[in-house]
Write a protein that binds this ligand. Sequence first.
Ligand code: SAM
Length: 211
Amino acid sequence: MQTISTPVKTWFEQDLNVSRETLDRLNHYADLVVKWQPRINIVGASTAEDVWGRHLQDSAQLWPYLQNIAATGKIVDFGSGAGFPGIVLAILGANNVTLMESNTKKTVFLMEAARVCGVLGQTEIARERIEAAAPRQADVITARAFAPLPKLLEMGQRHLKDGGHYVLLKGRAFEDELADARDAGWTFDVTTHASLVDPDGVVMILKGVGR
Ligand SMILES: C[S@@+](CC[C@H](N)C(=O)[O-])C[C@H]1O[C@@H](n2cnc3c(N)ncnc32)[C@H](O)[C@@H]1O
């Protein structure tokens, strides 16, 4: 079992109000990430020591911004890697999550994680390059540590349905990325919320994206 600090556990139990069963599934997932880490380097080795704080909570902090669409809406997670945030969102209750990941070893891990965590029926694991994949008609596109904003929007618009939006985890360069996206001709309404995990990072929500 991976160590979970008291504040992180309290946040999951009280702020997210997750059930015992969901916490157990997240525990299975955390164990699997750490077990596979030496084999395929799915997360940074140093971050595997605090998989709950660095990866699970970081991903789960998106949940309050997605909860209202998660039952029926389609979430497409770009460059899911080990499943952050896509697998975490499925465990929390998102019913229709597409995990787009081009690396074969990572998609093998994602299949195993989805099976072990009981979310295979809620997830599509797409071993594809996002630029080449068939349009997915997403209600929401999520991404963490995937690509700078102009590139992400370039790839995303084809997969987003009319009226869809982005919910992104962004690091300290988020203001520069917003400026770069505007310089590239993108228009959007943006809201940012301080990250609970990265002192310089934000949850970034982009609506009405166009060019
Ligand atoms: C830095 S990792 C981040 C993984 C995960 N989102 C996380 O936060 O831990 C970026 C991932 O995007 C995947 N990726 C990069 N370009 C891609 C593309 N064009 N299509 C699909 N996946 C891509 C890589 O294989 C890699 O697993």
